[in-house]
Design a protein. Structure first.
Length: 248
């Protein structure tokens, strides 16, 4: 199996789903599209909850102690959030979405531009922050098969249909983010030669689950959480885990 195949399949399913959703979305009333978005928010909450439960993974507590996992996730979110806020990652992601909208969708009204950018940001975060993104890409790079990314591709394809119906072509633009993030992680897997320790992966998964809660709140218009500013937490979590484990 050639490394990167899983990411190529993932990009294809998102593009196909986006086209289907965009065509179908034009036939759906606004109320229906809003309901679809709320439903996706609820499903995202479910996925977030199952991911966040990784904080209770036995391998995590065995490595750092029973009381440390929650503190590690808390520390990762705080340090990552401060870092991302100082780097203004949310603003940069939104500007990237606006630039892509101008290049790919041409001139558009304020509302169309907002929907394009929101679709790009939300789809990029959902498609690129879950545990399947990290573990699947690493496994693909290590030559252990791309089955996890194939599963993710199917899920993302169906999600793209619903997202594109609600937000439009911004969802299709998220394939650029998928290519960079998953492609980069696949290259990391090629270089690592081995998967991350279970405790480190659990810390990333639990932290990613919390970030997905923020995405769900955005989808349901509860609060516009700056999730992109929190993304550095995914890198901070395994570093804190390694530090605490070394002193345990």
């Amino acid at each position: 199996m050639v490394p990167g195949t899983g990411t190529v399949v993932n990009i294809a399913t998102v593009l196909v789903g986006s086209v289907v959703g965009r065509v179908a979305g034009n036939r759906l009333p606004q109320r229906t599209r809003e309901l679809v978005t709320d439903g996706l928010g609820l499903v995202t909450l479910l996925i977030a909850g199952t991911s966040a439960m990784a904080v209770l993974d036995p391998s995590f507590s065995d490595a750092v102690g029973d009381s440390a996992p929650m503190l590690i996730v808390l520390g990762a979110v705080l340090v990552g959030g401060i870092t991302g806020s100082l780097l203004r990652l949310e603003d940069r992601v939104e500007r990237l979405g606006g630039w892509l909208q101008a290049r790919l969708a041409g001139e558009a009204t304020g509302e169309e531009r907002r929907r394009f950018v929101e679709g790009y940001v939300v789809a990029s975060l959902i498609f690129c922050t879950g545990p399947l993104t990290i573990l699947g890409s690493l496994e693909d790079g290590l030559g252990n098969g791309a089955e996890q990314l194939y599963l993710k591709s199917a899920l993302d394809g169906f999600a793209a249909v619903a997202f594109a119906a609600a937000f439009g072509w911004g969802v299709a633009a998220s394939v650029l983010t998928i290519a960079v993030v998953q492609g980069g992680l696949t290259l990391v897997g090629v270089g690592l030669g081995d998967v991350l320790p279970d405790a480190h992966l659990a810390s990333i998964t639990a932290t990613g689950g919390l970030l997905l809660v923020g995405v769900a709140l955005r989808l349901m218009n509860v609060k516009q959480v700056a999730v992109a500013d929190l993304l550095p937490a995914l890198a901070v979590a395994p570093v804190l885990t390694a530090f605490v484990a070394a002193w345990s």
